[in-house]
Design a binder for this molecule. Structure first.
Ligand SMILES: Cc1cc2nc3c(=O)[nH]c(=O)nc-3n(C[C@H](O)[C@H](O)[C@H](O)COP(=O)(O)O)c2cc1C
Length: 230
């Protein structure tokens, strides 16, 4: 199972087949996924569309509802853990899409976001079809090692991540949005940053480390998320 290859071919899947999925493989994968922060409790449920209020014009046969305790970097942690799952599912013919525009019919204060998923034969593309910021726009200096982060999916393709070189690693930041965009993106952008960190981990599984520190540089227009070694 090579998850890294999926980074360069994946796309958000909005076109599903009806086939049943063996849910056991999802549970097994998540039990072994890497987390950003060991101290945060999170959990998930697999639901059918009738359990959700879905505001997208398309539906999938299954949805993962993601829940978390609210602690430091919990949104990044959710993005980090479940993007690994999305890449894994993609590698076995299951397409997925993060869906901000859906909520649970049964309220739960731990609820974070849902991911649609299901069998699909429309979930890959050529690398030339990715619409992404330039490497020089997501980092202080252009660095090919950041391509996996560059290609990550994000809410309305906002790509809020910024990687600053520090020693042999990076300090990672999230772009501040203007007032109007902030209303929509404030919950999703930290998830997006976690998703891009997942791509950096999957591309560097043996050396990746995430940590937070106090001595980081303030960069105007960005907030510090944490630091990585790859
Ligand atoms: C946190 C988050 C929320 C998203 N919400 C939606 C959504 O509600 N509806 C939708 O169609 N796509 C949604 N997406 C998918 C993005 O639109 C998509 O990732 C982005 O446009 C880049 O395209 P790609 O994933 O095909 O590379 C979401 C993605 C993320 C990461």
């Amino acid at each position: 199972m090579n998850l890294e290859n999926q980074i360069y071919v994946r796309k958000s899947c909005r076109d599903y087949l009806d086939g049943e999925i063996d849910i056991k493989i999802i549970h097994e994968f998540i039990a072994n996924a890497k987390v950003l922060n060991e101290n945060i409790d999170y959990y998930y449920e697999i639901l059918t569309p009738d359990k959700l209020n879905i505001r997208t014009p398309w539906k999938s046969p299954y949805y993962l509802a993601l829940f978390s305790e609210k602690r430091d970097n919990y949104l990044e942690n959710i993005g980090f853990v479940f993007q690994q799952l999305c890449l894994f599912m993609q590698s076995i013919g299951i397409g997925s899409c993060w869906v901000g525009m859906a909520s649970l019919k049964k309220r739960n204060p731990d609820f974070v976001i849902v991911i649609s998923f299901g069998k699909s034969n429309n979930m890959t593309r050529e690398i030339s079809q990715f619409k992404r910021k330039k490497l020089s726009d997501i980092s202080d200096t252009e660095d090919e090692r950041l391509v996996p982060a560059q290609l990550a999916p994000s809410a309305i393709n906002s790509q809020p991540w910024y990687y600053k070189h520090v020693g042999d690693g990076f300090d990672v930041y999230q772009a501040k949005q203007n007032f109007l965009k902030r209303q929509v993106l404030k919950k999703w952008n930290p998830i997006d940053v976690g998703i891009s960190l997942a791509h950096m981990y999957v591309a560097n599984p043996d050396s990746f480390e995430f940590f937070t520190k106090s001595g980081f540089e303030d960069i105007k227009g960005y907030t510090y998320t944490g630091s990585i070694k790859i």
